[in-house]
Design a protein around this ligand. Sequence first.
Ligand SMILES: CC(C)(COP(=O)(O)OP(=O)(O)OC[C@H]1O[C@@H](n2cnc3c(N)ncnc32)[C@H](O)[C@@H]1OP(=O)(O)O)[C@@H](O)C(=O)NCCC(=O)NCCS
Length: 216
Amino acid sequence: MIERILPPAVIAVEAFDDPPEATLLPAEEEFVAKAVDKRRREYTTVRHCARQALGKLGRPPAPILPGEKGAPQWPAGVVGSMTHCAGYRAAVLAESTEITTVGIDAEPHAPLPDGVLTAVSLPDERTHLADLTTRSPEVHWDKLLFTAKESVYKSWFPLAHKWLGFSDARIRLHENGTFTADLLVPGPVVLGTELTGFTGQWTTGNGLVVAAIAMP
Ligand SMILES: CC(C)(COP(=O)(O)OP(=O)(O)OC[C@H]1O[C@@H](n2cnc3c(N)ncnc32)[C@H](O)[C@@H]1OP(=O)(O)O)[C@@H](O)C(=O)NCCC(=O)NCCS
């Protein structure tokens, strides 16, 4: 489902379960050596997806190790992003000559737990969500806001190499399946211009809400 919200230059591979043929490369093992089964399964399957995507880019299998602040380290010349949640894993990759950065996030399509929204949103974003909920009550806009913000962080981090808090970007969600994120802190300089925000797309289906940013 995620390819629906990504441009053709981005290769997406997703899984709705953990296929038995998904395995780790030796270098990846140490990062989940003491992990619980759930963590091991999501880590393994999403890397299986990523290696399939690497193959579609014409690249050989490579270990995908957690790097700085947990960000995945991709082979030279590749940008990518991964997400996993109950019942879903996805990896998306592209050539860095075509896509500057990419960030994806998926979550179960259900309301945020009580108390979380105020911790992850700005007051005017909550007003915006209330308006959207009145018009389209079938979407859990609070969870979508959270998902979009995590896709912003995953797109931001490979460019900025630093933290971006939930109050550091203002999100506007649109019923046509797009969203914008305006940065409220100085952005990194990308291709000679200071980054001021992102545009992305979102979708729902299969009990999930998914957000994706792919910056040309
Ligand atoms: C890092 C974070 C975004 C991961 O999101 P999540 O919903 O918990 O988990 P997901 O399954 O969707 O994503 C996990 C994957 O994200 C990737 N990831 C982790 N840290 C990352 C980083 N700093 N930059 C980019 N990608 C990162 C990894 O590939 C990870 O999978 P892996 O551990 O198997 O390699 C989240 O835990 C977090 O720290 N959020 C706070 C920052 C934020 O969202 N700010 C909002 C800015 S508006």
